[in-house]
Design a protein around this ligand. Sequence first.
Ligand SMILES: [Zn+2]
Length: 269
Amino acid sequence: MKHSCVNLLSLSVFLSLLMAVNGCQQTEEQKSGEYAPERNNAELSATDLHFSNDLLDSIELTEIEAESAEIQNPDHIHVLVNDDHVLPDSYTPDDLTVPDVRFSFDEELDRRLMREEAAEALEQLFRAADAAEQELFAVSGYRSYERQEQLFTAAVNEHGEETARETSAAPGSSEHQTGLAMDVSSRSNDLLLNTDFADTDEGQWVEEHAHEHGFVIRYPEGEEDLTGITFEPWHLRYVGEDAAEELDNSGLTLEELIEKTREYQDGPG
Ligand SMILES: [Zn+2]
């Protein structure tokens, strides 16, 4: 969770409990499934992960500066952003625009913004939701490095560094800085960003249909070890329709797609 607009303390307590419970269940599921994700991506082998060669050919790998983990090509729509792949503090996408969708607030704030391609896809997603009588609200999109720094510092001051790192993204490691992410909610969830959204009609519709418009639920339940972020059913990340489709079908994460691409593009030797 990395949002100041929710009650971080109660949320983090709730999530800790949730993770304690789900952690055990997930281990059982992963043991019984044919695919068992490993925290160490180097251990993933080609046979564990299934993506089409067309997709793997189409991805431009996220390149990082080894010493700083700073991303060198942040404009690519498949860019991987996490604690090990950090956006430059100077990075601001140059095609930010306001999608024509329903927002949870009236003010003209930066958090309305998304990159052009993602904004168009979000408009499609919202139109499809409207047609299915699911009223979605956009809550939080683009967030600058400086804004993330303020939020993270506030979280550290309030809860200490350890808890802050679990519940809030450090500056540079938030996907919101890419302009490719949007948090969504519904009236049925009081427009809040919390895991209850997953149980609403709107949240279930999003889970089923987001990929049709190029979005994935970037931080799925039970994948905290891979993504570093607890379950966020409200956080939609634009990756384009092809990647979204295959991530949805496989149930794999962007971390795994990028790792697989690296193996594939590097070739067998
Ligand atoms: Zn988010």
